[in-house]
Write a protein that binds this ligand. Structure first.
Ligand code: SF4
Ligand code: SF4
Length: 142
């Protein structure tokens, strides 16, 4: 009876004396360490030319089991295809990663964006918002 109590108190004392072993994270000041295979919101990637990598092939939308991606392609003056419209409904996304696997140019990658709570009744990310997540990440790296 007394042994489990002592064990519990010993553990508390150990954690108290060595805060680095604590499981509590002071979020949002400190971001929790996520597993390396964590899958957050899919983000559109930016190429070396500063433009979106996406060529609007639509494979991600076809592969998506919850039908939460809408892509409408267009061609610029150099005949390069780009997504005129790219929308991703975060409320419907199940973070399966099929879109990332289907993309032939690695233009969409699930990273660690998990802060998706909102008071709105929809959470549709358009192209600029999805590219913005990648831009912000690149700025933080510098
Ligand atoms: S992670 Fe899955 S559900 Fe979410 S957009 Fe990609 S394919 Fe669709
Ligand atoms: S993100 Fe990839 S798979 Fe989806 S439309 Fe763009 S290029 Fe195609």
């Amino acid at each position: 009876m007394i042994l489990p109590l002592i064990k519990g108190l010993a553990l508390t004392l150990k954690r108290f004396l060595n805060p680095s072993t604590c499981a509590t994270v002071q979020y949002p000041e400190v971001r929790p360490k996520l597993a390396s295979r964590f899958r957050g919101l899919p983000e559109l990637q930016i190429g070396k030319d500063g433009r979106e990598k996406c060529v609007a092939c639509g494979l991600c939308a076809k592969a998506c089991p919850s039908g939460c991606i809408y892509v409408e392609g267009a061609e610029d003056e150099t005949h390069r295809r780009y997504p005129k419209t790219y929308e991703l409904d975060a409320f419907r996304c199940i973070f399966c990663g099929f879109c990332e696997e289907a993309c032939p140019v690695r233009a969409i990658i699930l990273r660690d964006t998990f802060e998706l709570s909102t008071y709105k009744n929809n959470q549709v990310f358009d192209k600029e918002k999805l590219l913005g997540l990648t831009r912000k990440r690149d700025l933080l790296k510098r």
